[in-house]
Write a protein that binds this ligand. Structure first.
Ligand code: ITT
Length: 200
Protein backbone atom coordinates (compact mmCIF):
# COMPACT_ATOMS: atom_id res chain seq x y z
CA UNK A 1 0.00 0.00 0.00
CA UNK A 2 1.31 3.44 -0.93
CA UNK A 3 2.13 5.46 2.17
CA UNK A 4 -0.53 8.17 1.89
CA UNK A 5 -3.01 9.07 4.59
CA UNK A 6 -5.62 11.72 5.05
CA UNK A 7 -5.68 13.03 8.60
CA UNK A 8 -9.31 13.32 9.61
CA UNK A 9 -9.39 15.61 12.62
CA UNK A 10 -10.72 19.07 13.38
CA UNK A 11 -8.52 19.33 16.48
CA UNK A 12 -5.37 21.39 15.82
CA UNK A 13 -3.52 19.88 18.79
CA UNK A 14 -4.11 16.35 17.56
CA UNK A 15 -3.23 17.31 13.99
CA UNK A 16 0.10 18.76 15.06
CA UNK A 17 0.99 15.75 17.15
CA UNK A 18 0.01 13.09 14.61
CA UNK A 19 1.84 14.90 11.76
CA UNK A 20 4.92 15.08 13.96
CA UNK A 21 4.65 11.38 14.85
CA UNK A 22 4.30 10.30 11.22
CA UNK A 23 7.12 12.53 9.95
CA UNK A 24 9.99 9.99 10.37
CA UNK A 25 8.14 7.34 8.34
CA UNK A 26 8.02 8.94 4.91
CA UNK A 27 4.23 9.04 4.84
CA UNK A 28 2.48 11.62 2.68
CA UNK A 29 -0.14 13.44 4.76
CA UNK A 30 -3.23 14.85 3.08
CA UNK A 31 -5.35 17.52 4.74
CA UNK A 32 -9.11 17.58 4.12
CA UNK A 33 -10.22 20.88 2.56
CA UNK A 34 -13.25 21.01 4.86
CA UNK A 35 -14.42 19.62 8.17
CA UNK A 36 -17.16 17.04 8.06
CA UNK A 37 -19.81 16.94 10.75
CA UNK A 38 -19.46 13.39 12.01
CA UNK A 39 -21.88 12.23 14.65
CA UNK A 40 -19.83 10.76 17.51
CA UNK A 41 -22.81 9.05 19.06
CA UNK A 42 -21.12 6.01 20.48
CA UNK A 43 -19.79 5.40 23.96
CA UNK A 44 -16.86 3.58 22.38
CA UNK A 45 -13.69 5.43 21.41
CA UNK A 46 -12.95 2.77 18.79
CA UNK A 47 -16.35 3.06 17.13
CA UNK A 48 -16.12 6.88 17.08
CA UNK A 49 -12.67 6.76 15.49
CA UNK A 50 -13.89 4.24 12.92
CA UNK A 51 -16.94 6.38 12.02
CA UNK A 52 -14.76 9.49 11.59
CA UNK A 53 -12.26 7.69 9.35
CA UNK A 54 -15.04 6.11 7.26
CA UNK A 55 -16.89 9.42 6.81
CA UNK A 56 -13.81 11.17 5.40
CA UNK A 57 -12.92 8.14 3.26
CA UNK A 58 -16.37 8.24 1.66
CA UNK A 59 -15.79 11.83 0.56
CA UNK A 60 -12.11 11.77 -0.39
CA UNK A 61 -11.54 8.11 -1.27
CA UNK A 62 -8.05 7.92 0.20
CA UNK A 63 -6.84 5.89 3.21
CA UNK A 64 -7.92 7.93 6.22
CA UNK A 65 -6.56 8.10 9.72
CA UNK A 66 -8.79 9.21 12.60
CA UNK A 67 -8.22 9.46 16.35
CA UNK A 68 -10.76 9.31 19.12
CA UNK A 69 -9.33 9.98 22.53
CA UNK A 70 -10.10 11.34 25.95
CA UNK A 71 -9.40 11.62 29.62
CA UNK A 72 -10.89 8.98 31.92
CA UNK A 73 -11.26 9.63 35.66
CA UNK A 74 -12.47 6.55 37.55
CA UNK A 75 -13.64 8.56 40.61
CA UNK A 76 -15.91 10.57 38.28
CA UNK A 77 -17.67 7.46 36.92
CA UNK A 78 -15.11 7.42 34.08
CA UNK A 79 -16.07 10.89 32.84
CA UNK A 80 -15.15 12.94 30.83
CA UNK A 81 -14.33 9.86 28.65
CA UNK A 82 -15.86 10.06 25.18
CA UNK A 83 -17.28 13.45 26.20
CA UNK A 84 -13.83 14.97 26.83
CA UNK A 85 -14.07 17.44 23.97
CA UNK A 86 -17.12 19.32 25.29
CA UNK A 87 -17.20 18.14 28.89
CA UNK A 88 -18.00 21.66 30.13
CA UNK A 89 -21.34 21.36 28.32
CA UNK A 90 -22.26 17.86 29.54
CA UNK A 91 -24.97 17.50 32.21
CA UNK A 92 -22.76 15.19 34.31
CA UNK A 93 -21.63 17.28 37.26
CA UNK A 94 -23.48 20.37 36.03
CA UNK A 95 -22.88 22.52 32.96
CA UNK A 96 -19.90 24.88 33.30
CA UNK A 97 -20.46 28.32 31.77
CA UNK A 98 -17.98 28.79 28.91
CA UNK A 99 -15.40 31.31 30.08
CA UNK A 100 -12.10 31.57 28.25
CA UNK A 101 -11.33 28.73 25.87
CA UNK A 102 -13.10 25.38 25.72
CA UNK A 103 -9.97 23.66 27.07
CA UNK A 104 -9.80 26.07 30.02
CA UNK A 105 -13.47 25.59 30.84
CA UNK A 106 -13.20 21.77 30.62
CA UNK A 107 -10.26 21.91 33.03
CA UNK A 108 -12.16 24.15 35.42
CA UNK A 109 -15.02 21.69 35.54
CA UNK A 110 -12.76 18.70 36.21
CA UNK A 111 -11.01 20.57 39.04
CA UNK A 112 -14.36 21.57 40.52
CA UNK A 113 -15.65 17.98 40.45
CA UNK A 114 -12.47 16.64 42.02
CA UNK A 115 -12.47 19.12 44.91
CA UNK A 116 -12.32 17.12 48.14
CA UNK A 117 -11.84 13.85 46.26
CA UNK A 118 -8.90 11.79 47.44
CA UNK A 119 -8.74 9.50 44.44
CA UNK A 120 -7.35 11.66 41.63
CA UNK A 121 -6.15 8.83 39.38
CA UNK A 122 -6.78 9.31 35.67
CA UNK A 123 -5.66 8.10 32.30
CA UNK A 124 -5.65 9.30 28.73
CA UNK A 125 -6.75 6.81 26.12
CA UNK A 126 -6.52 6.97 22.35
CA UNK A 127 -7.81 4.80 19.53
CA UNK A 128 -6.52 5.37 16.05
CA UNK A 129 -8.09 3.87 12.94
CA UNK A 130 -6.78 3.75 9.40
CA UNK A 131 -9.70 3.08 7.08
CA UNK A 132 -8.67 1.89 3.64
CA UNK A 133 -11.99 1.25 1.96
CA UNK A 134 -11.67 -2.50 2.11
CA UNK A 135 -11.55 -2.50 5.89
CA UNK A 136 -9.23 -0.97 8.37
CA UNK A 137 -6.53 -1.19 10.97
CA UNK A 138 -6.72 0.03 14.53
CA UNK A 139 -4.56 0.45 17.60
CA UNK A 140 -4.91 1.67 21.17
CA UNK A 141 -2.63 3.59 23.52
CA UNK A 142 -2.95 4.60 27.16
CA UNK A 143 -1.02 6.70 29.68
CA UNK A 144 -1.78 6.62 33.38
CA UNK A 145 -1.37 9.40 35.90
CA UNK A 146 -3.24 11.72 38.26
CA UNK A 147 -5.05 15.06 38.15
CA UNK A 148 -3.17 17.99 39.67
CA UNK A 149 -4.80 20.62 41.94
CA UNK A 150 -4.16 23.42 39.43
CA UNK A 151 -3.01 23.75 35.78
CA UNK A 152 0.73 23.78 35.07
CA UNK A 153 2.54 24.36 31.77
CA UNK A 154 1.65 25.65 28.34
CA UNK A 155 2.68 22.88 25.92
CA UNK A 156 0.28 20.41 24.37
CA UNK A 157 -3.48 20.97 24.43
CA UNK A 158 -6.71 19.91 26.13
CA UNK A 159 -6.28 18.56 29.64
CA UNK A 160 -2.46 18.39 29.49
CA UNK A 161 -1.91 21.16 32.10
CA UNK A 162 -3.71 19.19 34.84
CA UNK A 163 -2.39 15.71 34.00
CA UNK A 164 0.61 14.40 35.88
CA UNK A 165 1.91 11.25 34.17
CA UNK A 166 3.02 8.47 36.54
CA UNK A 167 6.75 8.65 37.20
CA UNK A 168 7.03 12.36 36.32
CA UNK A 169 7.05 15.49 38.46
CA UNK A 170 6.03 17.67 35.50
CA UNK A 171 2.56 17.93 34.01
CA UNK A 172 1.97 16.73 30.46
CA UNK A 173 1.97 20.42 29.43
CA UNK A 174 5.40 20.90 30.98
CA UNK A 175 6.94 18.08 28.95
CA UNK A 176 8.63 18.85 25.64
CA UNK A 177 6.67 17.67 22.57
CA UNK A 178 9.21 14.83 22.13
CA UNK A 179 8.81 13.75 25.76
CA UNK A 180 5.03 13.77 25.43
CA UNK A 181 5.07 11.76 22.18
CA UNK A 182 7.22 9.06 23.78
CA UNK A 183 4.80 8.35 26.66
CA UNK A 184 1.46 9.61 25.41
CA UNK A 185 -1.64 7.59 24.61
CA UNK A 186 -1.49 8.98 21.06
CA UNK A 187 2.24 8.31 20.63
CA UNK A 188 1.80 4.68 21.67
CA UNK A 189 -1.31 4.19 19.51
CA UNK A 190 0.36 5.62 16.39
CA UNK A 191 3.51 3.50 16.78
CA UNK A 192 1.36 0.37 17.25
CA UNK A 193 -0.80 1.26 14.26
CA UNK A 194 2.24 1.64 12.02
CA UNK A 195 3.51 -1.75 13.24
CA UNK A 196 0.14 -3.38 12.49
CA UNK A 197 0.09 -1.89 8.97
CA UNK A 198 3.75 -2.82 8.44
CA UNK A 199 4.95 0.74 7.82
CA UNK A 200 7.69 0.80 10.48
P1 ITT B 1 -11.79 15.34 16.15
O1 ITT B 1 -12.95 14.46 16.55
O2 ITT B 1 -12.11 16.24 15.02
O3 ITT B 1 -10.52 14.56 15.96
P2 ITT B 1 -12.06 16.28 18.89
O4 ITT B 1 -11.31 17.25 19.75
O5 ITT B 1 -13.57 16.43 18.85
O6 ITT B 1 -11.47 16.34 17.40
P3 ITT B 1 -12.33 13.82 20.35
O7 ITT B 1 -13.80 13.73 20.18
O8 ITT B 1 -11.51 12.56 20.20
O9 ITT B 1 -11.68 14.84 19.32
O10 ITT B 1 -12.06 14.48 21.78
C1 ITT B 1 -10.82 14.37 22.34
C2 ITT B 1 -10.72 15.34 23.52
O11 ITT B 1 -9.98 14.70 24.58
C3 ITT B 1 -9.90 16.56 23.14
O12 ITT B 1 -10.74 17.60 22.65
C4 ITT B 1 -9.22 16.91 24.47
O13 ITT B 1 -10.09 17.65 25.27
C5 ITT B 1 -9.01 15.53 25.10
N1 ITT B 1 -7.68 14.99 24.74
C6 ITT B 1 -7.40 14.02 23.83
N2 ITT B 1 -6.09 13.84 23.72
C7 ITT B 1 -5.50 14.70 24.55
C8 ITT B 1 -4.16 15.02 24.85
O14 ITT B 1 -3.15 14.43 24.23
N3 ITT B 1 -3.93 15.97 25.75
C9 ITT B 1 -4.95 16.61 26.37
N4 ITT B 1 -6.22 16.41 26.12
C10 ITT B 1 -6.53 15.45 25.21
Amino acid sequence: MKKVVMLATTNKGKFKEISRMLSPYNIEILIPDRNLEVQEGSCSFLENAYEKAKAYYKVYNVPTLADDSGLVIPSLDNFPGVFSNRFYDHPFGGIEKLKGSQDETNIKKVLRLLQNKEDRRAYFICYVVLYTGSGGYFAEGKVEGAILDAPRGTNGFGYDPIFLPNGYNRSMAELTPQEKDKISHRGKAIVRLLEVIGWT
